[in-house]
Design a protein around this ligand. Structure first.
Ligand SMILES: Cc1cc2nc3c(=O)[nH]c(=O)nc-3n(C[C@H](O)[C@H](O)[C@H](O)COP(=O)(O)O)c2cc1C
Length: 373
């Protein structure tokens, strides 16, 4: 361990903020530089408004933190979230994240807009992968992507449903333009995908109007419905996980439609401004669907205690976006692996100190609102 290796996700964040061009950091991790943009802050604050009520003398020793996700064994209840264009943090991008996930014994969810093709990532991966689909107006494209994912050995399809309208497009474009002009881009890092470049997953696909990063939001289906998501079953036998659920009502529809899982998510704060913290949405969702489908949560997870709170409130596992990317920015595969190790060891310690021996026997009442909240 080097003397200045980050020891917390907050330290990874600080280092990423120092090493990446500030406009890039704002673009991808901030809220497009908008000071009134609240949702990401809400996600993080949601965990601060909850506190742990530890029991002692339970004779626990080393807690067991393994779990499973759609029949996949996980060494820890932390999955790497689908985050597009990881090249913006490290040239090895998703190839590095995939190797780190395999080493840590967890899953990488690969974005539709990954910096490498889904096949290249599958070839580099040493563990299980899930494929995240953005649902396009062009149905043939959706079919092509899920079929390619299944053929390449992906184990599940995540469909992201929370960005049928794109918020703050102008600000995003402005920041992107600034980024391209910026001469402060760290050496060796492509500051952003070249304007008009076709995204990696579409490079070999024939046909007009294929999505570039700039055209992505216009290419996506703005009138997305439950039937659209259902229709994917015609093209794949893989389990389908719906990402972007924020209410008990929609969670019940996921269960009624027979989807394998859902992710309580607000896109890490990049979609609806003013949404509540995902950790605040989780309890009503977990209560509504029980064990009818697998419930995951993401948004704002920065420590092992956060993971414990999420699992205590009904999540099977969590996904992390920013924590992974800050690790990637620090040191590629090693950085993502080390960031996961930080969360893993914090989680094990928190469980031991709460008298909780495994993830399935967390007592009711472990998590309570902070008195001053
Ligand atoms: C830079 C960035 C890019 C993202 N790209 C995608 C994406 O391509 N597809 C997707 O479904 N979600 C995307 N997300 C959302 C993440 O999957 C996840 O919901 C979010 O990052 C979780 O919050 P956290 O970053 O606080 O952990 C992105 C998030 C960030 C920060």
């Amino acid at each position: 361990l080097s003397a200045n290796a980050p020891l917390s996700i907050a330290e990874y964040e600080r280092d990423a903020r120092e090493s990446l061009p500030s406009v890039l950091f704002d673009l991808i991790f901030g809220q497009y530089g908008a000071s009134g943009w609240e949702t990401n802050t809400n996600n993080v604050d949601g965990y601060r408004r909850l506190v742990l009520r530890p029991r002692v003398l339970a004779g626990i020793g080393e807690p067991r933190i393994e779990t499973n996700a759609l029949d996949e064994k996980l060494q820890l209840p932390v999955i790497l979230a689908p985050v597009g264009l990881q090249e913006r943090c490290h040239p090895e991008a998703e190839l590095a994240s995939a190797r780190a996930a395999g080493r840590a014994g967890t899953i990488l969810a690969v974005s539709t807009v990954a910096s490498y093709t889904l096949e290249q990532i599958a070839a580099a991966a040493t563990g299980a992968l899930w494929f995240q689909l953005y649902f396009f107006r062009d149905r043939a494209l959706n079919r092509l992507l899920v079929e390619r994912a299944e053929r390449a050995g992906y184990r599940a399809i995540i469909v992201t449903v929370d960005n049928v309208a794109v918020n703050s497009r102008e600000r995003y474009q402005l920041l992107n333009a600034k980024l391209r002009q910026s001469e402060t881009a760290a050496p060796g890092l492509p500051a952003s995908a070249p304007v008009g470049a076709v995204l990696a997953n579409f490079a070999d696909v024939d046909g007009p109007g294929l999505p570039t990063l700039e055209a992505l939001s216009e290419s996506l289906e703005p009138r997305l419905t439950w039937d659209d998501i259902d229709s994917l079953r015609k093209w794949t036998r893989l389990p389908i996980v719906v990402k972007g659920i924020q209410t008990a009502e929609d969670a019940l529809l996921c269960a009624e439609r027979g989807f394998a899982g859902l992710i309580v998510s607000n896109h890490g704060g990049h979609a609806l401004n003013g949404a509540r913290a995902t950790i605040e949405a989780l309890p009503e969702i977990a209560a509504a669907v029980g064990r009818r489908l697998e419930v995951y949560v993401d948004g704002g997870i920065r420590s092992g205690s956060d993971v414990l709170k999420a699992v205590a409130l009904g999540a099977r596992a969590v996904l992390v976006g920013r924590a992974m990317m800050w690790g990637l920015a620090a040191a590629g595969e090693e950085g993502v692996f080390a960031a996961l190790r930080v969360i893993q060891s914090e989680l094990a310690t928190a469980m031991a100190l709460c008298g909780t021996g495994d993830l399935t026997t967390i007592p009711a009442g472990l998590v309570v609102p902070r008195a001053s909240a």
